[in-house]
Ligand binder design. Sequence first.
Ligand SMILES: NC(=O)C1=CN([C@@H]2O[C@H](COP(=O)(O)OP(=O)(O)OC[C@H]3O[C@@H](n4cnc5c(N)ncnc54)[C@H](OP(=O)(O)O)[C@@H]3O)[C@@H](O)[C@H]2O)C=CC1
Ligand SMILES: CC(C)(CO)C(=O)C(=O)O
Length: 315
Amino acid sequence: MRILVMGAGALGSYFGGYLARAGHRVLFVARGKQLRALRERGLTLLPLEGGSFTIQVDAADTVSPMGVVDLILFCVKTYDTDGAVRLVADAVGESTMVLTLQNGVDSMDSLNAAFGPKAILGGISWVNAAVEEPGVVRHRYPGPLVFGEQNATGSERTQALKKTFMEAGIVAEVRDDIIRAIWEKFVFICAVNGMTALTRLPVGPLLACQESRELFVDIMREVDAVAHQSGIDLADDTVECTLRHMETELPSGVLDTTLGSMYFDISSGRRLELEFLNGSVVRRGRRLGVSTPANGLVYAALKPWIHGRPVLNSV
Ligand SMILES: NC(=O)C1=CN([C@@H]2O[C@H](COP(=O)(O)OP(=O)(O)OC[C@H]3O[C@@H](n4cnc5c(N)ncnc54)[C@H](OP(=O)(O)O)[C@@H]3O)[C@@H](O)[C@H]2O)C=CC1
Ligand SMILES: CC(C)(CO)C(=O)C(=O)O
């Protein structure tokens, strides 16, 4: 397959790296230090099970070395969506699939508007990966790549793509109700990312403390209410199932290391995806008449960090 990774950071490098190792022709679109490292030293992946592998990769700051591709893995942060949409336009042809793995529920609208809904597959990654240093990506947390058609039907192309992922060593699942799956993750991720970024603590101690547990659950309930009001058919016990999954189905000790990507962003002084997580919930709630004080609290507390560590003019 001819594959373009738009945004060769943590997720893009992880998935693109496995696909390139399996023999697919992959172009990694990157910039800055990451681009230089990929070109000079190749891509090194540190898998969860230990060890590492390095592959030489094609990396560029434009799509022109590749032309029209079969698949675009759309992996930029949500605040970079518009620029990335413009950048990949020349790589999208009649049968190109654009699979977004971005968090949140906003970026599919931008992609649909740019390329038409037929081209766009919805996706969520439960894999957690991080750029450890330029060109080096660590896999931190297991999980499937879940994706599917937006129109709630199965398709041959999604089944073929799942086979491609699985053969490359990527655990993948197709869901016919991907929009619902994206909202289910949104319920979870607004609480996990919002609360771990705010408190700089992993999920374990947050759920063990009654007051912070209440805030955590309130965040999820508000997202659930916004989903219902938006016509998304989430199960009535989505919040309870999410909590039960975290507390009883994950291997013991995992919650004490579970931190959202926004935690890592704030800890490193990077920009936050806040507007597309808790901020999006607040704006949608306002529009739909759903009260969202818990998400509002997280949003207000983190907003000074939204462009990175605030600059202080100390005397
Ligand atoms: N990391 C994870 O484990 C998970 C992430 N996600 C979601 O996936 C998305 C991507 O996250 P993640 O991989 O962590 O993000 P990263 O910041 O690690 O990667 C994004 C990369 O895209 C690059 N980029 C952005 N715009 C351009 C451009 N115009 N040209 C070239 N390169 C560009 C960025 O460069 P630069 O650094 O210079 O900005 C960066 O290297 C987010 O929405 C995130 O919430 C979802 C599940 C898990
Ligand atoms: C699901 C989770 C926590 C896994 O990486 C995530 O999406 C994030 O960190 O943003």
